[in-house]
Design a protein around this ligand. Structure first.
Ligand SMILES: Cc1cc2nc3c(=O)[nH]c(=O)nc-3n(C[C@H](O)[C@H](O)[C@H](O)COP(=O)(O)O)c2cc1C
Length: 330
């Protein structure tokens, strides 16, 4: 009897479990496919507003990049700037002004001032009529080109010690983070570059103890440390900023870069933090998003648990780094 039970258990482990895992993996891919298809730029609806903003940023960025080229063709960018003007008008007919629109208004203004830009009446009339209507949003130096030179040498030792002194801290004091501290950290995080400057990351700060615990319970629990943090940050990426087949993973790249700078911002201001992997199970994900008011077109990238340091020294894993070698490709 015991022998046959052992045999059945062995069959389940060796034959049934791998098949079950394969099916679950396939299910996850299918869900990802439908979610991406619905929320990304593959289709105009739903999340029309976010998608319109993202499309404007794409065209706007391409024009802004055009302005920076050393050699430009006379009348460059005509089609794109006309397209952007149309997009701005269409957006403003449906929605109130957004940061994306303000950015694009300033881009068309800078384009107008570019020596080589198209000065045909079709283009200038179109730009002028928009700028006349929205001139309040135009600010000098907001868009266009800037001068970049090799920076003065930094205090390398200080900066190296800044990077090397960051560690995942899993022990916190009870003192809460202030709004001012969070804003200062965001100033660092917003320096993160994004694909075509689409600025796709969003941050949710949860300070309510009961809510933090509720979310942790949906994310494999506190694991002996996470429930001690005074603040939980969830960093998400807006999927409606991405489109096409080859951009389907880009949200995680932009979000990961942002999250790292966010954590470096915390470190800069003496705030302890540790990443916590977001468990990408659709049902759990949807529950967490509902609790935090995260819309369906935003993908949670990672959780960052944070709080002030304790006054005492705490233990932390060494987390030894390998001697990464660059693979020189000849
Ligand atoms: C994306 C990501 C997810 C992580 N998730 C967890 C986690 O769920 N639990 C945990 O204790 N640490 C987590 N960590 C922290 C890592 O264990 C830690 O960064 C790594 O060991 C290097 O150590 P250091 O951060 O102290 O340099 C995560 C780190 C990253 C970058």
């Amino acid at each position: 009897m015991l022998g046959s039970l052992k045999w059945i258990y062995k069959v389940i482990c060796t034959k049934v479990n791998p098949i079950k895992n394969d099916i679950l993996l396939l299910q996850a891919f299918i869900r990802d496919y439908f979610r991406y298809r619905e929320t990304s730029l593959c289709h105009n609806e739903p999340f029309r507003r976010d998608k319109m903003n993202a499309r404007m940023m794409l065209v706007g960025h391409s024009i802004e990049k055009g302005m920076s080229f050393e050699s430009k063709k006379k009348n460059w960018g005509k089609e794109k700037v006309l397209q952007l003007c149309k997009m701005i008008v269409a957006y403003m007919q449906e929605y109130p002004v957004s940061e994306e629109v303000i950015n694009c208004l300033n881009i068309i203004n800078a384009y107008r001032l570019d020596d080589e830009s198209c000065k045909s009446s079709e283009v200038t009339d179109c730009i002028d009529s928009i700028l006349e209507q929205y001139h309040d949003y135009i600010q000098e130096g907001y868009a266009g080109v800037k001068d970049v030179i090799k920076p003065d040498s930094f205090d390398i030792n200080t900066i190296l010690s800044f990077y090397k002194s960051r560690a995942s801290v899993r022990s916190f004091s009870e003192e809460p983070l202030t709004q001012m501290e969070i804003e200062k950290v965001m100033e660092v995080a917003r320096t993160t570059p994004t694909a075509c400057n689409r600025q796709t990351s969003r941050v949710y700060a949860i300070t309510n103890r009961a809510k933090i615990d509720e979310i942790l319970n949906l994310q494999l629990g506190g694991q002996g440390w996470a429930d001690r943090a005074s603040t939980m940050f969830i960093i998400t990426g807006c999927m409606s900023c991405f489109g096409g087949i080859f951009e389907r993973q880009q949200v995680y790249i932009d979000g990961g870069l942002f999250a790292m700078n966010f954590v470096m911002g915390l470190h800069l201001y003496g705030i302890a933090s540790c990443f916590k992997m977001f468990v990408r199970d659709y049902q759990l994900q949807d529950k967490v998003c509902k609790l935090c008011g995260i819309p369906r077109n935003e993908v949670p990238i990672v959780i960052v648990m944070a709080g002030h340091y304790k006054n005492t020294t705490v233990k932390d894993p060494i987390s030894h780094r390998f001697d990464y070698k660059v693979n020189i490709v000849s």
